[in-house]
Design a protein around this ligand. Structure first.
Ligand code: UN1
Length: 496
């Protein structure tokens, strides 16, 4: 029996549920396989209508679902509402795709012959998601997967199991058949034990995974052996580069939200703030003050961030704090690590001992070679470093090998274009936070951040469909491509 507790108030039990066994995961995959053909044969516009209905139900249940997100994983109320909105936006986008899902007609090189392309569903999809975006990120997979005619088995993080069950109930109420979307809550070890069988037996034909680079690598290896290319959405060490001409107010606001919003528990959270030497002192002083003054605590109140998602996330944060080296200087709070009455945070809202709260920590003096330079910290710990030229800043921004999100603050278009062209990240913000991507632009990373797959918008269609090409010859004879092709005469020696 798994007990899901409120990380802001550990005595509050949100839900209890049995975790599934590997055999149960495999049974769910068998049911998904059996349902695959029937779901794919429903016309795409009709599947689009189901997602339209889902969007409406998410809208009608926005407050209730957001409240559950806050209660189960501690996301602050405003962000939890935003999270549900992201699900609605995704449904809105894909309901219309049901009436498009275009293929092409292509001219043939021969007469009386036509060429066509069709998008085919890849087959049952196995979706494995993390707890930090327990509704929005799953919807990025599930909505397009279902729309394009795939059945899905969803393995959410057990830490966010109650949210996963609520999200699933909404999809089912909207008309998604039970075997078409099955949610199976299992732990990581059980999932890892089931995955080889799911792939070997061809039960799951597409794996979508959002989580750590380390687990993503293992999933990628396994899928590769079965000639599958998974959709991998992995870690980030997202840089924010501040040029001397930047608007400092905007930088401070952006770095506060990017670094410490969601307690730094987004894959798009700010990793290191890199500041040009000319404005370094000004930016540092103001950002440190803003972080010191930020209100932290009860996520149902007006705070910058609430608790860590679970004890595991807090433990990881404490491990990352141990990476602070003697040449670093720490700023941002009245302590580091867990906030308690014995290790208090100035201005804390609520009872710190009741939950898993952590002090915000700025680590000044981060440089290549430091563990903190290339470790994704996934908590309220943000690096601060200095640079002298844009070229150096770009090297610092790329040098750790992650490539998810990035940002530059400047007023000079030359800096913007140079940065955009040379930063290795899949996403670039200009005068804006590294986090908070909109739900209809390609989302994804390069290098250690993923295998190049992209979610969201029309781009994700390539994850859940495969192109089938068809040629139809109605000439009544065998016309051989490249050979039986008419060529019109031309005068090769012609000159003016
Ligand atoms: C994640 O943390 O896995 O861009 C996704 C953002 C959100 C999604 C984050 N829209 O910050």
């Amino acid at each position: 029996m798994y007990v899901s507790t409120n990380p802001a108030k550990l005595s509050d039990v949100v839900a209890r549920f049995e975790l599934a066994s590997a055999a149960q995961l495999i049974e769910a995959a068998e049911r998904a396989t059996a349902a695959q053909r029937g779901w794919a044969s429903i016309p795409a516009p009709a599947r689009g209508r189901v997602l339209a209905q889902a969007g409406r139900l998410f809208e009608a249940n926005k407050e209730a679902l957001a409240a559950l997100v806050t209660r189960e994983i501690g996301k602050v109320h405003a962000e939890a509402l935003g999270e549900v909105q992201e699900v609605i936006d995704t449904c809105d986008f894909f309901l219309g795709e049901g009436r498009r899902l275009y293929g092409q007609t292509v001219p043939s090189e021969m007469p009386d012959k036509q060429l066509f392309t069709f998008r085919m569903p890849v087959g049952p999809a196995f979706i494995i998601t993390a707890s930090n975006f327990p509704a929005a990120v799953p919807s990025w997979y599930l909505v397009p997967a279902l729309l394009t005619g795939n059945t899905a088995v969803w393995k959410p993080a057990e830490t966010a199991g109650a949210v996963a069950l609520a999200v699933t109930a909404i999809f089912h109420a909207a008309g998604v058949p039970k075997d078409v979307l099955q949610t199976v809550i299992a732990d990581g070890a059980t999932t890892a034990a089931a995955l080889p069988t799911l792939l070997e037996r061809g039960l799951m034909k597409k794996v979508g995974f959002t989580g750590s680079t380390e687990v993503g690598r293992r999933i990628g290896e396994l899928c590769g052996r079965h000639l599958q290319s998974p959709c991998l959405e992995l870690g980030g060490k997202n840089p924010m580069v501040v040029m001397p001409d930047a608007d400092v107010d905007l930088v401070v606001e952006g770095a506060l939200f990017a670094g410490f919003g969601t307690a730094g528990q987004r894959c798009t959270s700010l990793g290191t703030l890199w500041v040009h030497r000319d404005v370094y002192d000004a930016v540092k002083t103001r950002w440190v003050r803003a972080v010191e003054d930020a209100v932290i605590g009860d996520p149902t109140r007006a705070v910058l961030y609430g608790p860590m998602i679970s004890q595991t996330y807090l433990d990881n944060h404490l491990r990352h704090l141990a990476m602070i080296a003697p040449h670093h200087t720490v700023h941002g709070s009245t302590g580091t690590g867990r906030i308690t009455t014995a290790n208090p945070r100035r201005g804390f809202v609520g009872d710190p001992d009741a939950g898993l709260f952590a002090h915000p920590t700025i680590v000044e003096g981060v440089r290549p070679g430091d563990a903190l330079y290339d470790t994704e910290t996934f908590g309220p710990l943000v690096g601060l470093g200095v640079f002298d030229t844009l070229d150096e800043a770009i090297e610092l921004a790329n040098g750790h090998g992650y490539g998810l999100s990035s940002a530059i603050y400047t007023r000079d278009p030359k800096n913007v274009w140079r940065f955009r062209e040379r930063v290795s990240a899949g996403m670039v913000s200009v005068n804006n936070s590294t986090s908070g991507a909109e739900a209809h632009l390609p989302f994804g990373g390069n290098g250690k951040s993923g295998n190049g797959s992209r979610q969201s918008g029309v781009w994700v269609l390539d994850q859940f469909t495969r192109w089938q090409s068809m040629n139809w010859d109605y000439s009544g004879r065998l016309q051989r491509a490249q050979m039986d092709v008419a060529e019109l005469p031309y005068d090769a020696a012609f000159r003016l």
